[in-house]
Design a protein around this ligand. Structure first.
Ligand SMILES: Nc1ncnc2c1ncn2[C@@H]1O[C@H](COP(=O)(O)OP(=O)(O)OP(=O)(O)O)[C@@H](O)[C@H]1O
Length: 814
């Protein structure tokens, strides 16, 4: 309930209309009280939730957005993708809403128990002479028609109500057709000729359902007891008539009373009333005749020239319903409209007759309202836009009237715009105390229609607060006025009903707004008055059209703005995704380069090192060996030197011996051998030294080459590092570009807000200016199709040009 209160608090800032639902939580506690000579009733609002179809389940429509908490409270949770969730994420409104109802019926509720728990008591009141109005409200495909009409096997409220009526009047039916409803709540006495006409008119209506024509004469025979047999064609096993209704009547009274039942069925399409019991014209271009809504001398509205058919049993009532439906769908095909585009109203009038007098007349109307979806959602244009505009308008006015009726004291003090639509004009008398109204709200649980369903629930929350004040006098059975064949007060026993004559106005004299009076014979002053009146009417009409035009313009503006915002949102999302993608790509490429470079440098170094690799231990061992050899060479050189010296000494000695006659013959060969051995050892050592020297040199060369390779690897590493730096710089540039794009986006957003302001200004201007009347569609067309005229179109063109940024034309740099 918290969320509801918050939301309501927001809604309170708007004046009137559906948004003004600030006191939903403070639900009127009294169900029905009597104050003075009036009864107060809180308008009953029932919620019926239909089950999912198989297709809806397979389309993943079940996202748990409707939760029935108990018999009176339901909560709605905005599903993913709904406008409500998006708005709540932006901080506008709530994602969870709670609503209370007089009673809630879940998907498992069958038709019989729904009837028993809702309108059955109202039908019983109707039998006691009280008027009642039942209307269903909901989006297309929410189950309104199923609730009102049902099917042959599973009848809805209307056939069940008819069944209860005929059960009640069983054995007390007035089988003549000479007393017929007249104007709003009068009765006309028909002479035998008129009765004949009435019968043939009824036969003609029933003939509209060809397949059943043959059966009709049987039914039209008018037997008072036909109801039971005909009822069997409908499955009413679960409908049990409450006999307590009769218990108040005494036996003699029962015998004296007789009842006559009359029905009518009409629709309101595009603010025109069409009789659904009139045959549809066969000619292609021939239009259906629209009927006029007039008022009787007491100010009660009625549909002029509407067909009223006397029915004798349930079966006939159901056939009238089928005939009306057939005409409705035939007209739909002709006009290419769907059934939910019109409001259909089935009315039953019950005449209680005692002897030659009609004691009372009561009225029960069941209205199946058109689907409440709005035109921007259904993307409607042309004829569809006009149609949607009319539906929206009549539902909007119904909403205004309901909002105006919320507080009982407002009925007197505040203006309630009943006269602004045909629907509310016809509902006015019931809403203003001539009967009890009851609203049935039908919803489905589909996620895709969540936003519309929420709108319906808000509407019902307002309706729930309506308190009807019904003067007890109007609940009592008031004898209707009886008029004769010509519509003049009926002569009772040859005496004129003087009282009735005083207040009598013939039907022709009852002027309605559309009537054109014969003016040529009127005096000048009266003519001037008439002109003044007409001027006022014209002005009022213009004002009404202007308001309608503004509303439609506003709706179109809202739709355009919504589209603009959605495309902006899409674009910014695309930019952000692009940016993220690029950044990720660059990051990945950079990482790849880095890894590849490292790998490459490592591989190169490894290869070079492998080629020339000498283990360090070996190298040191070799060096030690070299050192050892060097030392040995040095020792040998020293020895050699010593040997050389010794050799030279020896040679000197030898030569001296050769010269002397006594050489030391014994020592010389031994020494020589020793020197030779030493010499050979020296030569070997020298060879070894040379080889070692070569090995050292080759090792030193290898070391040099290794050093060079390392140097090269270092250089290539430096080069790669430089490349990495360049790449980093590129990434920084990309980020800069992204920033610039974001700035662009911010500019666009400010443009959008300025557009919005301009639009609001325009709406205000258009409301203050009185334009020449061109017609609604012409103005809309002009504003939409003439982009060269008007500041709005200029601004839009500018914004369109501006929303094609040069940056978007550029190819993304990789
Ligand atoms: N309580 C229910 N149980 C089972 N099926 C239902 C129920 N309510 C509605 N349906 C089914 O849902 C579908 C739509 O219902 P229905 O035609 O009554 O909707 P609607 O609100 O009258 O639509 P429209 O405004 O377009 O005429 C129908 O197939 C109907 O049989």
């Amino acid at each position: 309930m918290e969320s509801t209160r918050n939301e309501l608090h927001l809604g309170n800032s708007h004046k009137g209309g559906l948004s003004d639902i600030s006191t939903i939580s403070s639900i009127v506690s009294t169900q029905s009280e009597t104050i003075g000579s009036a009864e107060q009733h809180q308008l009953k609002v029932y919620l019926r939730v239909r089950p999912f179809s198989k297709e809806e389940i397979s389309n993943d429509e079940d996202q748990g957005c409707v939760v029935l908490e108990n018999a009176h409270t339901a909560s709605l949770q905005a599903p993913k993708g709904s406008a409500t969730l998006k708005s709540s994420e932006k901080g506008i409104g709530q994602a969870l809403h709670k609503f209370t109802f007089s009673q809630i019926f879940g998907p498992e509720t069958d038709q019989a128990s729904f009837f028993g728990s809702t309108i059955k008591s109202q039908v019983q009141d109707f039998l006691e002479g009280k008027n009642a109005l039942i209307f269903t409200y909901g989006v297309t495909n929410a189950g309104k028609t199923h609730t009102i009409q049902g099917s042959h096997k599973d009848p809805g409220l209307l056939p069940r109500a008819i069944n209860v009526i005929f059960e009640h009047i069983k054995g007390k039916q007035y089988d003549q057709m000479d007393l017929k409803p007249y104007l709003s709540s009068d009765v006309q006495y028909l002479d035998p000729n008129q009765v004949k006409q009435e019968k043939s008119s009824k036969a003609a209506v029933f003939a509209l359902l060809k397949e059943e024509t043959e059966q009709y004469p049987k039914a039209s025979g008018g037997s008072a007891n036909t109801s039971t047999s005909s009822t069997s064609s409908l499955c009413f096993s679960s409908v049990s008539y409450d006999q307590t209704v009769d218990s108040t009547e005494t036996a003699p009274e029962k015998e004296r009373h007789q009842f006559s039942v009359w029905v009518s069925f009409y629709e309101i399409y595009n603010e025109s009333v069409y009789d659904l019991l009139q045959p549809i014209p066969c000619a292609k271009n021939k239009k259906r005749n629209a009927l006029r809504v007039c008022e009787d001398s007491s100010g009660n509205s009625y549909v002029r020239d509407l067909k009223w058919i006397n029915i004798q049993n349930v079966e006939q009532g159901c056939r009238i319903l089928r005939i009306g439906n057939k005409n409705r769908s035939a007209a739909s095909t002709k006009l290419n409209q769907s059934s939910s585009r019109s409001h259909s109203i089935f009315t039953i009038k019950l005449l209680k007759i005692e002897g030659p007098e009609v004691q009372r007349i009561s009225e029960l109307s069941l209205c199946d309202l058109a689907g409440s979806e709005r035109c921007n959602k259904t993307k409607t244009f042309g004829e569809r836009l006009k149609e949607a505009g009319n539906i929206n308008n009549s539902l909007l006015i119904l909403g205004k009237c309901i909002a105006g009726l919320r507080h009982s004291d407002r009925i007197k003090s505040n203006y309630i715009p009943f006269r602004e639509s045909k629907l509310t004009r016809l509902f006015q008398s019931v809403f203003c105390g001539k009967g009890r109204a009851c609203m049935i709200v039908n919803i489905n649980q589909c996620a895709s229609t969540y936003d519309e369903t929420l709108h319906v629930m808000k509407f019902s929350a307002v309706a729930k607060q309506v308190v009807q004040i019904i003067p007890t006098k109007s609940l009592e059975s008031l004898a209707p006025r009886l008029v004769g064949r010509d519509g003049k007060p009926f002569l009772k026993n040859g005496v004129i009903d003087g009282e009735a004559l005083d207040s009598f106005l013939s039907e022709e004299e009852l002027l309605d707004e559309e009537d054109e009076a014969e003016m040529s014979i009127l005096p000048q002053e009266e003519l001037l008055n008439i002109i003044e009146n007409l001027k006022e009417k014209l002005l009022a009409e213009r004002r009404k059209n202007l308001v309608q035009e503004i509303e439609i313009r506003k709706e179109m503006g809202d739709a355009m703005l919504q589209q603009l915002m959605e495309s902006e949102e899409l674009r910014s999302r695309q930019i952000a995704e692009l940016k993220e993608g690029y950044e990720e790509k660059l990051e990945n490429t950079f990482e790849l380069y880095k890894d590849a470079l490292k790998e490459h440098a490592y591989q190169c170094a490894l290869e070079q090192i492998e080629d020339q690799y000498v283990p360090v231990d070996e190298f040191f061992a070799e060096q030690e060996k070299v050192e050892e050899l060097r030392r040995k060479v040095m020792e040998l050189e020293q020895k050699l030197q010593g040997s050389t010296e010794a050799l030279s000494v020896a040679l000197t000695v030898e030569s001296a011996v050769q010269c002397s006659p006594d050489p030391p013959a014994q020592e010389a060969p031994q020494e020589l051998e020793k020197y030779k051995a030493l010499y050979e050892a020296k030569c070997t050592a020298e060879n070894l030294c040379e080889r070692k020297e070569e090995t050292i040199q080759s090792l030193e060369r290898k070391i040099e080459e290794l050093t060079e390779t390392l140097q090269e690897a270092g250089e290539s590493f430096l080069e790669k590092s430089a490349e990495i730096e360049t790449l980093k710089k590129r990434v920084a540039d990309q980020a800069h570009e992204m920033d610039r794009l974001q700035n662009d986006l911010a500019e666009k957003e400010s443009l959008v807000s300025s557009l919005r302001e301009e639009l609001t200004k325009l709406s205000k201007e258009s409301s203050s200016q009185s334009k020449p009347r061109k017609g609604l569609l012409a103005n809309i067309k002009e504003s939409v199709t003439s982009p060269r005229k008007g500041p709005l179109s200029r601004t839009l063109r500018k914004s369109v040009r501006a929303t094609t940024p040069s940056t978007l034309k550029k190819k993304p740099c990789h």
